[in-house]
Design a protein around this ligand. Structure first.
Ligand code: DHB
Length: 368
């Protein structure tokens, strides 16, 4: 290995298309990490190559192949949606290239290649916390509404399992298409069913549309609470959702309002570098993913071959803006706190304010 050559990170993201907000957030956070930590690590110049997969999994795969073969990247990173991560996993295995999943959150992704390390979260991790909280807070009858693909199906399954265990009941499970969903007929059905609450998972960027239609239909006034994983009250969008969002309770691993010194510094620096943008959970997945890559390169003294880097990523433990986290060496998945949060106004802006925490949650999907 040429120690004086650049160390290349291929960052494949949805910069356009349905999940463009994910790409924008992760790229901004990755660049912030580099600005704060320098672009030379263990004597190697870091080169970040950003590619737009347009939110199409076949494109993610083709771009990743080109990055491996033509650019000879040392690490692949990004992966905005589950199908993009699955499409690329075999390439990581064949080429022995570590693949840092910064966004996609279906449990089984880490099992698709021994070269995958995840710095985002899993829907199973987040959803069980809500399945515990809801029935203890007067919510017994629930309808679930999820995007009909990996993370939605995980959210539906793990939420329901835990809700039922705690004496609650899911009276209907609705699935909406990932591409161009029309929530109206589903919400009408929910209104007719009159559950205590509607549990929702939609991917980052789609939450505002659900919230708007939920409020327009007067579901809240009909006594139906909105609950879900934190994807629905995404920090990228929450402040524009209006006061109708106040009081919505979600479970998730990151809030821009997380009250730690590390997070305050992160949010401040992110907002300074990206005026008008607030970092969301995608940004933190990208920021921490860069940290995992930098530290692995340091630990391997700039050598940068795939298997050594992968070994140095496993077991990393550190304080993220989200709170403490570590990369489980066995599963290569993230172990982290899951917080219960309520939408409140802080200094005139809407935030997910944390009010409870479940510490060191492993992905429940790994034990099945
Ligand atoms: C996935 C995408 C999201 O935008 C999100 O919030 C959660 C999961 C995914 O495709 O895995």
């Amino acid at each position: 290995f040429a120690q004086d050559s650049a160390f290349k990170i291929g960052l494949v993201l949805p910069m356009t298309g349905q999940q463009a907000s994910t790409g924008r957030q992760i790229e901004a956070a990755a660049r912030l990490y580099m600005a704060q930590n320098g672009d030379t690590v263990a004597g190697r110049k870091i080169e970040l190559i950003v590619k737009d997969d347009t939110t199409i999994p076949d494109v993610t795969k083709r771009l990743s192949q080109e990055l491996i073969v033509n650019d000879k990247v040392n690490v692949l990173a990004g992966f905005g949606i589950t199908p993009s991560a699955f499409a690329t996993a075999p390439l990581a295995t064949q080429s022995k290239t570590p693949m840092v999943v910064m966004a996609a959150a279906t449990s089984s992704i880490t099992q698709a290649s021994p070269y995958i390390v995840r710095t985002s979260f899993t829907l199973a991790q987040a959803a069980v916390a809500m399945g515990d909280w809801a029935p203890k807070n007067g919510i017994k009858k629930v309808v679930t509404l999820v995007s009909d693909y990996g993370p939605g199906i995980d959210a539906e399954k793990y939420f329901k399992e835990r809700l039922v265990f705690n004496g609650g009941q899911v009276i209907d499970s609705l699935r909406v298409p990932l591409r161009g969903p029309d929530f109206a007929p589903f919400l009408q059905k929910v209104r007719d069913l009159k559950p205590d609450a509607l549990f929702v998972f939609v991917p980052s960027g789609a939450g505002a549309a659900v919230m708007k239609q939920f409020l327009e239909r007067g579901m809240d006034k009909a006594g139906i609470k909105l609950i879900g994983t934190g994807d629905i009250t995404d920090d990228d969008q929450i402040n524009d959702m209006g006061d109708g969002a106040l009081g919505v309770v979600t479970s998730h691993h990151y809030s821009a309002a997380h009250p730690s010194a590390v997070n305050k510094k992160f949010v401040q620096a992110f907002e300074k570098a990206n005026p008008g943008m607030r970092p969301n959970f995608m940004a933190v997945g990208g920021y921490d993913g860069m940290r995992v890559i930098y530290e692995a390169l340091k630990a391997t003294k700039g050598k940068g071959d795939g298997p050594a880097l992968l070994a140095a990523m496993k077991g990393q433990i550190f304080e993220s803006p989200r709170g403490p986290m570590f990369i489980d060496a066995q599963t290569r998945d993230v172990v982290q706190n899951i917080y219960l949060r309520k939408v409140e106004k802080v200094n005139g802006q809407l935030f997910n304010v944390e009010f409870d925490v479940i510490k060191d949650v492993k992905d429940p999907g790994k034990t099945k």
